[in-house]
Design a protein around this ligand. Sequence first.
Ligand code: SF4
Length: 210
Amino acid sequence: MDTRAACRIFRVLARVYPEAVGDDPACEDPFRVLVATILSAQTTDRQVESIMSELFSRYPDPASLAAADTEDLERTVRPTGYYHAKARHLVAASRALVDRFGGNVPLTMGALLSLPGVGRKTANIVLSACGRDEGIAVDTHVFRIARRIGLSGGKSPDRVEQDLLALFPRHVWGKVNGLFITHGRILCTARKPKCGECPVRRSCRYYRSL
Ligand code: SF4
């Protein structure tokens, strides 16, 4: 697939899901985005949201999270699953923010990747929330949809990201993740994609193979 075809697909989906692409991103609190993204592994946004206000009332900033009592923190994040590892990552990342970045979340890919427990997906989500896109966050929806449509044949999220970066112009990088997540929740679902209702089916490799 070439850039023109990829952009056509982007435009069609953006018309169908205008709320997913929004206006220019407002800068969200990068620390809150970082914490929510670390917690989001293997769980739903709703589960993460359900504990965020309690978590932030106890630990409102990197300094307090870096000094968190392990048992208390694990109890708080437990509903999101994998709570031992998540609590460990939150504390380690917060310590690194305090020790190396003055308690601030650095907004470059290299610095974010230097934080414990932060991979490209998490770094991309934080950068995108602040309008500093350096890549495209490839989560489970983006990975599945990019491969189904034929935007990438990559077998790893990093490979798929490289293919998407090559196809899409830089100014839409920050919108691809949200757009594909919305499409993945509404039509291009993991188990039974609703291809008959899909506005990009004629350009979709998966649909053409049915
Ligand atoms: S045609 Fe089907 S598989 Fe292709 S993008 Fe649409 S819903 Fe997904």
